[in-house]
Design a protein around this ligand. Sequence first.
Ligand SMILES: *Cc1c(COP(=O)(O)O)cnc(C)c1O
Length: 417
Amino acid sequence: MHYTNLKTSDSDTYSSLERELARQQDGLELIPSENYVSLAVLEALGSVATNKYSEGYPGRRYYGGNEYIDEIEQLAIDRAKKLFDVEHVNVQPLSGAPANMAVYAALLKPGDTVLGMDLAHGGHLTHGHPVTFPAKVFNFVRYKTDRVSGLIDYEHVRAMAHEHKPKMILAGYSAYSRLIDWKMFKDIADEVGALTMADIAHIAGLIAGDAMDSPVPYFDVVTTTTHKTLRGPRGGMIMCKEQHAQAIDKSVFPGLQGGPHENNITAKAVAFNEALDPSFVDYAEQIMKNTKALEATLKKHGFHVCFGQTDNHLLLIDLTNKNVSGKTAQEALDAAGITLNMNMVPDDPRSPLDPSGIRMGTPALTTRGMKEPEMEQIGEWINNIISDTSNTDLQKQIKAEIKELTSQFPLYENLGR
Ligand SMILES: *Cc1c(COP(=O)(O)O)cnc(C)c1O
């Protein structure tokens, strides 16, 4: 790995990082929230912008020497506005969870009710799971997907909204694989006078790449991470209508955060520029095609796809009919070089530490250039491994085949190995 200064100054860290790079190069990354950033994004992340304190916002900072940082943060803001066609953007949230926290702090009072999706049905921890801090401050009530169809039941959401009169309705998921009717959520919110918040952490890249509908025209606030399908650095972002701009900005700083991480913001600017390139539309489209190809292979082998099917970048598989737990499957696949995560399925009778399902997605492999034929091959490997999870010889053999495949889709060649 060509990090010569690091190699000399800290061989321990260097050695771990070198092996992490090899792991990323040799394995198949199917965790749907992961991706590979470009070398340009990596350079921006490792740039001198990390040295700068810049509390405040472009043009009104509490520290001197911010003339160039202002240019960079404004570039990130302007590019995000263009990418999502939105009135106001705050690019400072350190990640997705802090972005959500900042919205709650900006628009809610302690004790206010929020209606969001249940975690096991595809929601996110930050949408009011009892173990989180926001759940101690606000009153979260949770809707679920329909037991039979597996879909969001908008009449159920409507009934809960009328019953609980939430101050805010939340839509946006980490494991739900279907399309979302943003306008329907907005209509329901209007009926009860609720604010609308969309959390597009997972699907931001699909929306930016025109492969999915955007909540921006309808919703008051839209939060996202920048590191999932959007393929930028780890980080968060809040988009909103102009009327909420001041409250959101104040909530991020000084409400919750101190100095923004300007190296991340530099990398966000670079990633947004990449996402504005017409080739990003092809990327988003290929993600969808790849997920469908993987789904078809798994369905052929009798795997149960939660929510009926996938319309986006991810698949949640219920392994109950395979008599294999999510944890066992995750570990067996990991041993063969396939990385994905165990996950709760709707109404899961098992525990989050060993749930019934696994979740997988195609954004990272699509970045590497893999297409439908590779997805079919990967689906076959997944089936073989899960059909015989204690067969370590098989895992070793597949691991070697995977190394052969990934060598044809080089990753970070310029960094060496
Ligand atoms: C990933 C995710 C988040 C949290 O993002 P972090 O960067 O891990 O804090 C929030 N909401 C949803 C829906 C997510 O999928």
